[in-house]
Design a protein around this ligand. Structure first.
Ligand SMILES: [Zn+2]
Length: 103
């Protein structure tokens, strides 16, 4: 997980990069949850864009914006869901998006 990248992208999406104490969790059902000190939300953790579930939110955000279409066109969408190369494809896309936005 690339935390600096994921924090930057989360905030670029207008979402909260949650601030929580990892030692202070609430056990709920079988999940470990936290309360964010910033948004007061009940959360499971921060975005990790190498993970498919979090990545799909990033991809939806990217797809809705014209400025990202050139970058998106260099990738093949099925790769992001591929069981084998999916994680590296998602990481590579998130890395390039991060560099693009940092410019
Ligand atoms: Zn938060």
């Amino acid at each position: 997980m690339n935390e600096e990248r994921d924090r930057f992208l989360t905030e670029a999406m207008g979402m909260c990069w949650h601030d929580f104490d990892p030692d202070d969790h609430i056990n709920t059902y079988s999940l470990e949850a936290y309360i964010c000190k910033k948004c007061k939300g009940f959360i499971l953790g921060n975005n990790d864009f190498s993970v498919e579930e979090d990545f799909s939110r990033l991809l939806d955000w990217v797809k809705g914006q014209k400025r990202f279409q050139k970058l998106l066109a260099r990738f093949s969408e099925p790769d992001f869901k591929d069981a084998g190369k999916g994680q590296s494809a998602r990481d590579k896309f998130a890395d390039e998006l991060y560099l693009f936005l940092k410019q």
